[in-house]
Design a protein around this ligand. Sequence first.
Ligand code: ADP
Ligand code: MG
Length: 238
Amino acid sequence: MADVRLEGITKRFGSLTVIPDLHLTVPDGSFTVLVGPSGCGKSTLLRIISGLENPSSGRIAIGGKDVTKTEPSQRGISMVFQSYALYPHMTVAQNIDFGLRLAKTPTVEREARVAEAARILALDDYLDRKPAQLSGGQRQRVAIGRSIVRKPEVFLFDEPLSNLDAALRTQMRVELAQLHQSIDATMIYVTHDQVEAMTLADRIVVMNKGRIEQVGAPMDLYDRPETVFVAGFIGSPK
Ligand code: ADP
Ligand code: MG
């Protein structure tokens, strides 16, 4: 587990400033949900934390170590996206194992990690199947399995459930909460869905136009919104 500190993060695309001077500490082991309307800069912020995007200025520290200039693969982070591309010709086990194989992890350890991920995600009975033989929820679990086996200290999720239907989304929310209980990791989870934020988070960060409006426990935000924006956003789920 590791905390994530963002100090004075600014991001510009040409003349457009998407994030102006953002400061945020995500506590070790928390399930922190970053919520805000479409286009407010959530994905950009995750991409900056993961190293897929460089900030225009500012610093990022993970577990007290400055990683602003560190390669994405060396940050101890794993990112789960909304569109999960599994390899169609590989089995579930091979898909989960893929990153470990690339990293030349010893075979015995790879097998143990894949088995552990399959147990956590209830995929034991599906390891020999191909992605086409799985439901949408099972495929998303395989995508999460590929992250788990790498034992990241920090998980980043960018709207991972938005392609799933409502019933499956509800089920996956429960599973993600259980996942957080069963592995020691800090989770930063992006969504534009207020209900998802309220049910998953132990801590919510409300973003608007690249700025943080308020940070707090779900019920804090609900009971004591500090801005009209937060009151409207958290108070009236769609
Ligand atoms: P969110 O994930 O909250 O919907 P994004 O982080 O994707 O928002 O985008 C925030 C803003 O930055 C939007 O106005 C978007 O158009 C802009 N943006 C994101 N990526 C780029 C890019 N590569 N080039 C130019 N503008 C971008
Ligand atoms: Mg986004």
